[in-house]
Every structure is written in C-alpha cells, then in structure tokens.
Design a protein around this ligand. Structure first.
Ligand code: UDP
Ligand code: MG
Length: 316
C-alpha cells in the first residue's frame, strides 16, 4: 500500500463529508500505482461523526475507522491511527480542513525526493484568536530553546512520514504523547513545506485551554529536564541569598547593634521561600505524575468499534 491518511475526529460532523470528498479527489488525482486508505479515528465524539464514518465505510472500502470508548485526546487518536496504518507513506491531517488536503501531492512528492518526514509549516494562521496565536508562538519558541532536539516552530502534526518513522513511533511506548516531538527525536532527513493555515470550516475547536496547557506540559516534560534544573538552581540561589542575609543579620545584631524588630523582612523572606518551594515541588510533581502514568502501563486507548484489523506488529 502506497499511502495511508490518518485523521483524528472529535465532533466533526460538519466537516467530514467535505473532507472526505476533497481527500478522495486529491488522492485519486495523484495516480498512485498502489492502493491507499483513509483511517478515521473517532475520539469519543458526541455528534453524528461516528454515524457518518460508518456510512462512508459502507460505501468505500478504503475508509477505515476506529471508534474510541471515550475522548482520549488528539495525540492518542493520531497514535491509534498510526498503529494501524499500512501505507509506505502516512499523512497525518486534521479533520477540520484547516490543513488543506490539496497539499498532499506536494508532500508526497517531496517525500519521494529522499526525506523520511516532510512537515507542513504554517506561514500564517487565519481565524484563530490573537490569544491562541500568541500562546502558540511563545510556546513553540520556548520549546525550541529548552529541548535538546530541534522541534520545528509553527508546525502542527500535519505532515507526511515514511513507514520507517511509523515503525519507530510504534516502538515509543510513552503515555503522554507529543508526536511532533517524538518525530523530531527519531531523526532521519526531515524537510518542510510552507502553507497558509485557513480558518476551521465548520464546528468548534476541540482544544480547550485546559487541553492546550496539558499538551504544552506534555511536550516540555517529555523533551526537556530544564524545568527541574531551574528548580534546583533557584533553590541554590535563594539559599545563597538567605545565607548572606543571615550573616548580615548576625553582624547587625552583635557587632553594630543597630537593628530593628524586623517584621517586614521576616514576612517577605518567609513568603518568598514558601513560594519558591511550592513552585519547585510543583515542577517535580509534573514529572512524577508522568512517571507514574508510564509505570501503570495502561493501554493508551480503548477501541469500542472498528473495521480495521488489529495493529500490525511489525518488528522494526
Ligand atoms: N481532536 C481530537 N480529539 C480532541 C480534540 C481534537 O481528535 O480531544 C481532533 C479534531 O477533530 C481535529 C484535530 O484533532 O481533527 C485538531 O483539533 P482542533 O481543530 O480542535 O484544534 P485546533 O486546530 O483548534 O488547534
Ligand atoms: Mg483545527
């Protein structure tokens, strides 16, 4: 099989018919010698998405779908699709038509030129709030600075990857998925194509602020230990300052005997130290929470219905 298209779906009933039509037209126009498939992963939608997928699957045997038992999140939906993808090349694309399917031929073309990953980089983002654009911009730049691997900035999961990369991803069992980071970590020759991101065609974003914060923390904790190091360093710095202040206090008390009952300084140092300690404990907690999630070894997702065969357990 030449090409698999993996599409995470969360309440996308308004977009699925148009998405399917456009994907089909684009792929058929590519004249691939082999076969292709569309893998839709329904991530616990509560609208008519599943019914639509069943209908598409009954009419078109290239349509495969997986239905999760509940909402597991975008990254896990993509992972599930990758687990079942059979193509030599796999495209990951959003269901809301913000990633234009018409870019597929170019992505595929570039992959054939000897890349293992070709990601689509957003030249612009229309129809997203200024707050979202700003937080995304800051987040990607921050992440690029604090991780050892180079995660391209302003890039979502819209990309094409080769089978080699898919097999490598299947060997990464982490629970807190941050796929774009994992793909950067895997390495090989990676290229990029620029495009203009348009507004979501129908429906509403499934990414609440809560999900975005969690996603951001997953990305940072999975690929950087810098926050832990900052906690340690600020601990040392604060202790150092406290030690100097202590010396000064002793000096003032016993040598110059020029001292005031120091309520203000006492309060400030207690509050400051308390704050620093809580932050440090919180940072450590973020890492421990992820450690314990991985130790539990739960399956990443539960499938309640599918017309795909179970994941192909290729040895890499
Ligand atoms: N999505 C998902 N599970 C979720 C949230 C989103 O599978 O919990 C899907 C959604 O259907 C879309 C893609 O992930 O195909 C990107 O989500 P969305 O467009 O809501 O994110 P945004 O573009 O606003 O960042
Ligand atoms: Mg979107």
């Amino acid at each position: 099989m030449d090409l698999s298209v993996v599409i995470p779906v969360y309440n996308e009933e308004a977009n699925l018919p148009a998405l399917y039509d456009r994907l089909r037209n684009v792929i058929e126009s590519m004249d691939l010698p082999g076969s292709h498939e569309f893998i839709f992963v329904n991530d616990g939608s509560y609208d008519q998405s599943l019914a639509l997928l069943r209908l598409l699957a009954s009419r078109d045997e290239r349509v495969r779908y997986l239905d999760f038992s509940r909402n597991f999140g975008h990254q896990i939906a993509v992972t599930a699709g990758l687990d079942r993808a059979q193509g030599e090349a796999v495209v990951i694309i959003d269901a809301d038509l913000q990633d234009p399917p018409e870019l597929l031929p170019q992505l595929y073309q570039k992959l054939q030129e000897g890349y293992e990953v070709v990601y689509a980089k957003r030249r612009s983002r229309a129809g997203e709030s200024a707050a979202k654009r700003l937080t995304a911009k800051i987040f990607y730049r921050l992440l690029a600075r604090i991780t050892h691997i180079s995660i391209p900035v302003d890039t979502g999961d819209f990309r094409i990857i080769s089978r080699k990369v898919v097999l490598a991803l299947r060997q990464m069992p982490e629970q807190n998925k941050f796929i774009r980071g994992q793909i950067s970590w895997i390495g090989y020759r990676q290229g990029c194509l620029e495009y203009d991101r348009i507004e979501r065609t129908g429906g509403a974003t499934g990414y609440t602020y809560r999900k975005m914060v969690r996603f951001a923390l997953d990305g940072i904790t999975a690929f950087s230990d810098l926050p832990l190091r900052i906690a340690t360093i600020s601990g040392f710095a604060v202790s150092g300052i406290a030690f100097l202040v202590m010396l000064y206090t002793l000096y003032a008390r016993f040598v110059t005997r020029d001292y005031q009952p120091g309520w203000a300084s006492l309060m400030i140092s207690i509050l400051f130290l308390g704050g620093v300690q809580l932050i440090a404990v919180g940072i450590i907690g973020e890492y421990i929470a992820r450690l314990s999630a991985n130790v539990r070894q739960r399956p990443l997702y539960i499938v309640s219905e599918t017309n795909t065969t179970s994941p192909t357990e290729d040895p890499a």
